[in-house]
Design a protein around this ligand. Structure first.
Ligand code: RIB
Length: 310
């Protein structure tokens, strides 16, 4: 039984620079790489690398990037039968700058991701019976996210929404379809309308998101850790100490690992620890999909963190 992801697939064009450029500035970078990306695809790869079957539903363009992206997903074992090659679009692109401190800025051109529609939800619905958990993000049209969440709820499987990238127009009707919502500090603040930057404000934000209908709210606080509140419990998991090289896709690693853990029957608390560990490992390497930890690295890392033994 698998994790199924309905979302975006991008090719990331990554430039390393000493610092992020200012408006109007031309800056010399010192390293360039291309890598598979897109929040949806990254999350599918994160689950697959941990040894949990993952299926991807979405679109790539009919360009060479699309072929490269499909091959990359297949190489790590992601089932791409649900991915359509859109003959009238280019593949999704992300132009990413990463500075020496590991901070980043990203420009996305949606391409095929922006053309995901009801027919794609139809492909998702056919695959849902073989899935244990549905993972959603906000890099495809919101109407399709809403339909997919409803389909996941109808199928009786947990629906996880990573409300990224941050957007203010999430309809009220989406929250009751979501079992677990996983914003970072910026996304949480945008959703609830007040600053979220520590465990106290994260708890307040989680209460607000749950009052709108989300079953469980997990607020990611970056280097501080993760706050989680459900109907049954609330807890804080401190961040694993790692040297951040590139935080791109750390949130995706968190979501993919969270879903993978839940799909394999681990508790919510264990799943949040998996998410935090995968996020930390991802931040310690460059690139989105290339930085998702494999199971051996992941298990060894958790073993070393004696205070986090699960
Ligand atoms: O979350 C990181 C991802 O955001 C990148 O891989 C990029 O493609 C954008 O979608």
């Amino acid at each position: 039984m698998s994790v199924i992801v309905f979302g975006s697939i991008n090719l990331d064009l990554v430039a390393k620079t000493p610092r992020l450029p200012m408006a109007g500035e031309t800056l010399a970078g010192n390293h360039f790489l291309t890598a598979g990306g897109g929040k949806g695809a990254n999350q599918a790869v994160a689950a697959a690398r941990l040894g949990v079957p993952a299926q991807m539903v979405g679109r790539v363009g009919s360009d060479s990037f699309g072929q490269e992206l499909l091959a990359g997903l297949q190489a790590v074992g992601v089932d791409t039968a649900g991915v359509l090659i859109d003959l009238d679009a280019h593949s999704g692109i992300a132009m990413i700058a990463v500075d020496d401190a590991g901070e980043n800025s990203i420009i996305i051109v949606a391409g095929a991701n922006g053309r995901v529609k009801i027919s794609d939800v139809g492909r998702l619905i056919k695959l849902l019976p073989s899935a244990k958990v549905l993972l959603l993000q906000l890099e495809i049209p919101l109407t399709t996210v809403l339909l997919a969440a409803a389909a996941g709820q109808n199928a009786g499987i947990p629906v996880i929404l990573d409300p990224a990238p941050a957007r203010p127009d999430i309809p009220d009707g989406l929250y009751p379809l979501i079992d677990i919502i996983t914003p970072n500090e910026i996304e949480a603040a945008q959703l609830v309308g007040f600053p979220v930057n520590d465990p106290e404000t994260a708890a307040k934000a989680a209460d607000e998101l749950r009052s709108r209908g989300a079953g469980t709210a997990i607020v990611k606080l970056g280097a501080q850790g993760v706050f989680c509140a459900s109907a049954a419990e609330s807890f804080f998991v401190p961040a694993f100490p790692v040297e951040a090289v590139d935080t791109v896709a750390a949130g995706d690693a968190f979501n993919g690992a969270l879903a993978a853990a839940l799909a394999t029957g681990l508790s919510l608390h264990q799943a949040v620890i998996w998410g935090a560990a995968a996020g930390a490992l991802c931040a310690s390497k460059a690139g989105a999909q290339p930085s998702m930890p494999d199971r051996q690295t992941f298990d060894a890392f958790l073993q070393e963190q004696t205070h986090f033994k699960i």
